[in-house]
Design a protein around this ligand. Structure first.
Ligand SMILES: Nc1ncnc2c1ncn2[C@@H]1O[C@H](COP(=O)(O)OP(=O)(O)O)[C@@H](O)[C@H]1O
Ligand SMILES: [Mg+2]
Length: 340
């Protein structure tokens, strides 16, 4: 079997070139002797998958995608259009849905990730009250859809201070649904809130936790952290800066993003939102959960509970559409992809 080609989004302004956000990865893949080909993300999003893959050479065989997020239905059409050209995505549409949308991975990670319930975005008050009751009925929570939160509008459309206050829950959830608009993925998810160790306290945490964190405090790269996996223009999901406080109100949690290929952690680095902090989580439990999930290329975002409860999986993602923080050494990850 030929080595997998890496499919990357083309530059919307110049289809013969790679989208500038992916030029670093493109160069690395080629430097490692790998092949790249370009896809038109705008066309894929617009439902024209044949146009989206028009520049992919015929009969290239296996491929991984590395690019902006796609809704599950668009990914499935992408895979079919590629198959017609003799190219097969190594992550099937079913595997993509499993890793990309919370209901796909939740049951495998239950207990290692915050308790979660989900409901239709078009729910009524009784359905919301029922979901709140299933989550225990009281305490803080967060709201997101099957894929993304609005963490940059933390108080307005993400954080729920108290589940028992149903009118206040409805207000945050309704605002979330309104702001997501037509880009809301799947349905609404409510998750129990846990205070995580914020990025700012990593140095102190090192003392308290006794080596739970890596000693490396990376120099700030200077690059503006892009909202993870989201395209900065178009797609309706702007990459806003955090504007009103944030998770735990101590700044963003210092998450670690671990990249898995065929059940092996091939890269562990900072989360794109906190590229200067590089926690080093214990992966023993997560490894067995990732293997149980059965998807070939995924990411897990891990955060350390501030109450000493250990590491939690904040979210799972499809590795093809997870963002890489600038300045991370990713050759190992890319060579794993082109040698599978
Ligand atoms: N259950 C939770 N408890 C505490 N903080 C959370 C919880 N879920 C999410 N967060 C915080 O909100 C941020 C965004 O949530 P996440 O599920 O990662 O959504 P997104 O897909 O938008 O990144 C996380 O990075 C984390 O800091
Ligand atoms: Mg996240």
């Amino acid at each position: 079997m030929p080595a997998p080609t890496i499919l990357l989004p083309q530059d919307p302004l110049n289809p013969r070139r790679v989208d500038p956000h992916y030029s670093y990865e493109s160069q690395l893949v080629r430097g490692l002797g790998g092949e790249t080909a370009f896809v038109d993300h705008d066309a894929l999003l617009a439902g024209d998958a044949a146009e989206g893959v028009r520049r992919v050479p015929l009969d290239i065989g296996p491929a991984w995608y590395r690019g902006w997020m796609l809704p599950v239905t668009a990914y499935a059409a992408f895979g079919r259009a590629l198959a017609e050209r003799g190219c097969h995505l190594l992550t099937s549409a079913a595997a993509y849905a499993t890793a990309h949308e919370l209901p796909g991975w939740y049951s495998t990670f239950e207990g290692a990730t915050p308790d979660s319930v989900w409901l239709s975005a078009a729910h009524g008050p009784a359905e919301l009250a029922n979901a709140v009751a299933k989550l225990g009925g009281h305490g803080p929570a967060i709201v997101k859809d099957f894929v993304k939160s609005r963490k940059h509008e933390w108080h307005e459309a993400c954080f729920i201070p108290e589940l028992a206050d149903l009118p206040a829950v409805a207000q945050v959830v309704d605002r979330f649904v309104e702001l997501q608009g037509e880009f809301l993925a799947g349905g609404v998810v409510l998750r129990r809130f846990h205070a995580f160790a914020p990025a700012e306290s990593v140095d102190e945490s090192e003392q308290a936790i006794g080596g739970g964190w890596g000693r490396t405090r990376r120099p700030a790269s200077g690059a503006r952290p892009l909202a993870d996996g989201e395209r900065p223009v178009g797609g309706g999901q702007g990459a806003g800066e955090r504007s009103d406080g944030g998770p735990s109100d101590g700044g963003p949690a210092a998450e670690a993003r671990v990249w898995w290929v065929d059940g092996e952690p091939v890269l562990s680095g900072p989360h794109p939102d906190t590229p200067e902090v590089f926690p080093a989580p214990d992966l023993t439990q997560v490894r067995s959960l990732v293997r149980a999930l059965g998807c070939r290329f995924v990411t897990t975002d891990l955060a350390l509970r501030a109450d000493g409860g250990g590491w939690m999986v904040v979210e799972v993602g499809d590795g093809q559409v997870s963002d890489l923080p600038r300045g991370t050494e990713v050759s190992g990850l890319l060579s794993s992809l082109i040698s599978t």
